[in-house]
Write a new protein. Sequence first.
Length: 238
Amino acid sequence: MGTYYQFCPVSKALEVLDERWTLLVVRELLMGSRHFNDIRRGVPRMSPALLVKRLQRLERVGVVERYPDGNKVIYRLTPAGKDLQPIVDSLGDWSMRWMPELGEEDLDPHLLLWDMRRQVSRTDLPPGRTVVHVQFGDVTPKSQRWWLVLAEDDADVCDFDPGLPVTVTIETSLRCLTLLWRGEISWREAVRTGDLTATGSRTATRAVPRWLNIRAAPADPRPSYTVVGRLAADLRPS
């Protein structure tokens, strides 16, 4: 843990929160992850040993509590941890407005589908089980096919065929679906340009954006100046 030795409240908060991965672990808990393996699925590039270390640190400072759950452990945010919700939300809003560019290394099908799975609009789903098959055309063969298995009381994502009837098949690129999920393009625009196709019954293909909680329209236009754009300009030779 780094110590700034300042009375400033921001510096005191950063003594807890500015370690690598810490706020992303908090984000996972805010999003509803409770067990260690669920948290790991939201931070797949974080080592298990480091995740243990960060959870222990958050527990010591009173941001996280742990409870036994049979052979497992449940992690929950304390009131202090829950108070970080607007901070995490504001950081996301700031990034979307000022740092919108995504590199190829930022695109991850597993992380994308996991995030989509936990934000499904379950009240909009039809009765029974709904299976959405996602096919990416721009990734390695082992990462091309995914299945979202959805119901009112559960939702899961599979990278293998679960052997269930498919309700809708979505064919698109990983970048296109990522931009859709971030609210940077609309479903209608992606379909119109041919970047996404949905196959299934007319009712299902029209309802799937609502099932997946995809925004109807892109987010507000960004300013022409962005932090990433300025950094790129600063690196250009004079």
